[in-house]
Design a protein around this ligand. Structure first.
Ligand SMILES: [Zn+2]
Length: 452
């Protein structure tokens, strides 16, 4: 609260000496935005009257404002007038370019390529989107390519099973062996914390592991099975709680399924390892709020409080960062996976894309990628909107790198919108950050108690 009052005082003092409104977004007074709409956010002394192209802008008591505008093709000029000083913003919306027509080409005779690196996405459609990923494959797996579409090859996995792979992710090589593999042995280990299934193959082949009522594995190009498809169902005892699949010693396909932990209803987090990931950091600010505050700082403040609350419940907490520094997305994932984390939580605050700027979006949203994380996302959203009184901005499936590559249930929380003056004015207060951290803790507890 003190920060807001101080900011207001400063805002109003500064306008005495005839100052222009402070515009935080768009980032400069001459930008290119490829959308039919965008928005202005920034701050102005609430006593002043602010107009953008003669339309009055509503100023929040904190000084923040959000104002959507429409864009015509070509140059759009915006006059921002606070009665003290006028500033001009020029936003160029490029001409609509029609993408070149692409046609699917079917090859007369199939080609064989091999995957070029690890973590290569195999997709259900020839589109570089997030949610069409069927599987991530390892290096040096031979694939039967029967056609192409744009930048993708069509992969035939079995008689009626197809997938798509980016042309950049495969290469040709001499003497690629695309003959079916043989299953040499099958080993099942029941360990205290996990079940381990090992399929010893004569060579690496493609596979798809999907979550259903348990886990369904299909290994392709395997000799001695109908359509050369080896299908295998793993029952999950209790609710899903993390799994991974990988090749070991080149040709052993291993699936590890974590056992559901023994949880005490009173202290559900005790003994669990929780990775807390404060989004962005260092030179990567994330979204900038109406009052010029940076998302990375708010994310870290909430995360550090959450760490303390979690520790007080007996959880082991792993932080991907506990100071203001830049961490690559995959390092955040590695930190969580190496710690054999039970749950991964990434903490962010939101800003809308230009294209959805008509209304002023606000509130909390929670994102999941693997179905095993869906219930955690739902419980978290329910708890956060209830305890924080924020708008329900929904649970969504989204392909963010940090929740797609983690092996435990993983969610990404957008606590509020940096661009919404109301959300933003709360997010910058320590009181609200503390409340948010407590609500996230309660969301975790509600989830763990629910899945028992
Ligand atoms: Zn963010």
């Amino acid at each position: 609260m003190f920060r807001i009052i101080l900011l207001l005082v400063l805002l109003c003092i500064s306008t005495i000496s005839a100052q222009a409104a402070q515009i935080v977004y768009p980032k400069s007074d001459s930008v290119v935005i490829n959308s039919d709409k965008t928005f202005f956010i920034g701050n102005e002394c609430p006593e002043n009257t602010l107009k953008i192209n003669n339309e009055q802008v509503e100023i929040h008591p904190s000084g923040g404002f959000f104002h959507p505008v429409k864009l015509q093709t070509g140059e759009n000029v915006f006059t921002i007038d606070n009665g003290e000083e006028v500033i001009i913003y020029k936003i160029t919306r490029p001409e609509k370019s029609t993408p070149p027509q692409t046609k699917q080409i079917n090859y007369n005779s199939p080609k064989t390529f091999i995957t070029k690196s690890n973590n290569v996405p195999l997709r259900s459609t020839p589109v570089d989107s997030g949610l069409n990923r069927l599987q991530h494959l390892e290096d040096a797996i031979a694939l039967n390519i029967i056609g192409e579409y744009g930048n993708f090859y069509k992969v035939q996995l079995a008689r009626d099973d197809y997938a798509w792979i980016s042309k950049n992710d495969v290469k040709t090589a001499e003497n690629i062996d695309n003959k079916p593999a043989k299953i040499q042995s099958y080993i099942y280990d029941e360990l205290p914390q996990k079940r381990v299934f090992t399929l010893k193959l004569s060579k690496k082949v493609p596979y798809i592991l999907s979550e259903t009522s348990g886990l369904d594995l299909v290994v392709y190009n395997v000799d001695g099975f109908y359509e050369n498809k080896y299908e295998f169902h793993i029952n999950k005892t209790g609710k899903p709680f993390g799994y991974k699949i990988y090749y070991k010693n080149r040709t052993e396909l291993v699936i590890e399924v974590k056992n559901y932990p023994n949880i005490d209803k009173k202290t559900p987090l005790k003994g669990l390892t929780i990775t807390v990931d404060p989004g962005h950091g260092g030179d990567e600010y994330g979204a900038i709020g109406c009052l010029c505050d940076k998302e990375k700082d708010i994310n870290l403040a909430i995360s550090l409080k959450l760490r303390d609350y979690l520790q007080s419940t007996g959880a082991n907490v792993v932080m991907t960062r506990d100071e203001d520094k830049e961490i690559p997305l995959y390092d955040r994932v590695t930190i969580s996976n190496r710690a054999n984390s039970d749950i991964f939580i990434s903490i962010h605050n939101n800003a809308p894309p230009d294209s959805s700027a008509t209304a002023n979006p606000s509130g909390t949203s929670v994102y999941w990628f693997y179905p095993q994380s869906k219930l955690l996302a739902a419980k978290m959203l329910e708890t956060l909107t209830c305890e924080l009184g924020t708008n329900n901005d929904k649970v969504r499936g989204e392909s963010f790198a940090v929740i797609r590559n983690t092996q435990s249930p993983a969610i990404l929380i957008e606590v509020g919108y940096m661009t919404d003056p109301e959300d933003n004015s709360k997010l910058i207060t320590e009181e609200f950050q503390d409340k948010a951290a407590q609500a996230i803790l309660h969301g975790l507890e509600n989830y763990l108690n629910d899945i028992q």
